[in-house]
Write a protein that binds this ligand. Structure first.
Ligand SMILES: *Cc1c(COP(=O)(O)O)cnc(C)c1O
Length: 405
């Protein structure tokens, strides 16, 4: 088969913005002789916390490991339930299961693709410990509705901000960055498909000093002293193992890259917003095409630009027609409850641990989630995208959407 991405006019779905600064920073770190978690990680954490306005930030190996530690910190233990969405990357639900807890899936709102706050209250049971919200594709979810509800019920709020670095939310009349955090802990990803990257990597933010210390221990096997501390100590010291921990560290090479990426982030977000604005204008006249909704209390970083296809359009066919013209797209965000690894669980569709009577692949409780996966596609968006490239995407989509008329 011909490699579609090999054409020289190919438009990828996403493209990380990495340059000489990142290469130089990685090279400097390698030449320094210290490559594991050390001074670069510490500096990246401080700069990241300042950027989002959080008390503390702790770097880890991925957003998936950040979510695991976040759920551990808020006290999720085996037998608990965590209310979340199925309509997310599988790591969201998996992180709940790492704790031995059960994800209880609720449906999303069709315009923002985020958790529907009105469905959260109904999903609460005596076993509920936490709500794991996702700022999907960078669009902030309705924290003003969810946080007071959680506080009133004594539930923790963990934020999956994998895609949402640089996004903002109107909070008490002020624009604040996602990650302050507005819940209890917020978890970010630096996977190359996100807005800034360190190859792989993640960050947890919190305002609680005790949790910041807990994350420091848990990512390092529960070890009382870091390798860097022992390395620098003038006296012989022995470490101890205080807690059952993990190896979830970020390396100093990654952190050095991350610090350069963080400098670029405001410019990257500004450019992504320009591209999203231009999509909104150019796509407005395609009959039946649904554009993403940005509530007036939210400013997305536009990690992804997702459109709902007109009725009658076949998702796979539209995607193939665009690919034939050298344009990459993806279908809408996956639903964990539809995947074999979740489908086999009696509680998977969102009915909770007591079971489910829905037909496979046709969940009556997660209708909007399934529709979003089946009826939407994600269009190319990356800071280096030219107007000419964007015009090609719009023209190709317009031609392909005729199927609806
Ligand atoms: C990408 C993503 C993750 C996983 O992030 P990693 O850093 O790759 O572990 C988790 N949740 C959501 C919503 C994501 O998009």
């Amino acid at each position: 088969m011909a490699d579609a991405a090999a054409r020289n006019d190919f438009i990828p779905l996403a493209l990380p913005l990495l340059g000489d600064e990142e290469a130089e920073a990685a090279s400097r770190t390698i030449r320094s002789g210290w490559v594991m978690q050390g001074p670069q990680v510490a500096a990246f954490e401080e700069e990241f916390a300042a950027f989002v306005g959080a008390g503390y930030a702790r770097a880890v190996s991925s957003c998936t490991t950040a979510l695991h530690l976040g759920l551990v910190a808020v006290g999720v233990v085996p037998g608990d339930e965590v209310i979340t969405v199925s309509h997310s990357f599988v790591a969201t639900a998996n992180s709940v299961r790492y704790c031995g807890a059960t994800p209880v899936f609720v449906d999303i709102e069709p315009g923002t693709y985020n958790i529907d706050p009105t469905l959260v209250e109904r999903a609460i049971t005596p076993r509920t410990r936490a709500i794991l919200v996702v700022h999907q594709m960078g669009m902030p979810c309705d924290m003003a509705a969810i946080v007071p509800l959680a506080r009133a019920r004594g539930l923790a709020v963990v934020e999956d901000c994998a895609c949402a670095v640089g996004s903002e939310i109107l909070w008490d009349g002020r624009w604040e960055r996602i990650g302050r955090p507005h819940g209890d802990v917020a978890c970010f990803s630096f996977h190359p498909r996100k807005v800034i990257t360190t190859g792989d990597g993640g960050m947890i933010t919190t305002d609680r000093e005790d949790w910041a210390e807990l994350f420091r221990l848990l990512r390092l096997h529960g070890m009382s002293q870091s390798t860097a501390q022992r390395h620098g100590s003038p006296t012989v010291t022995f470490e101890s193992y205080e807690l059952f921990g993990f190896n979830y560290r970020m390396t100093d090479i990654q952190a050095a890259i991350g610090r350069e990426q963080l400098k670029r982030l405001p410019g990257i977000v500004e450019r992504r917003r320009e591209i999203a604005d231009r999509y909104r204008t150019l796509l407005a006249d395609i009959p039946g095409l649904g554009l993403p909704v940005e509530p007036d209390w939210a400013r997305s970083n536009w990690q992804s630009y997702c459109v709902r296809l007109p009725d009658g359009c076949d998702q796979r066919q539209v995607m193939q027609e665009l690919l034939d013209q050298g344009i990459a797209t993806r279908r809408g965000i996956m639903n964990s409850h539809r995947e074999p690894v979740y489908r086999s669980q009696p509680w998977s569709c969102g009915a909770g641990p007591d079971g489910c009577d829905c037909a496979p692949g046709a969940c009556t409780r997660l209708v909007e989630s399934e529709q979003a996966q089946d009826r939407t596609i994600v269009l190319p968006i990356f800071p280096q995208m030219t107007d000419e490239q964007q015009d090609r995407v719009v023209d190709a989509l317009r031609a392909s959407c005729r199927c609806g008329s």
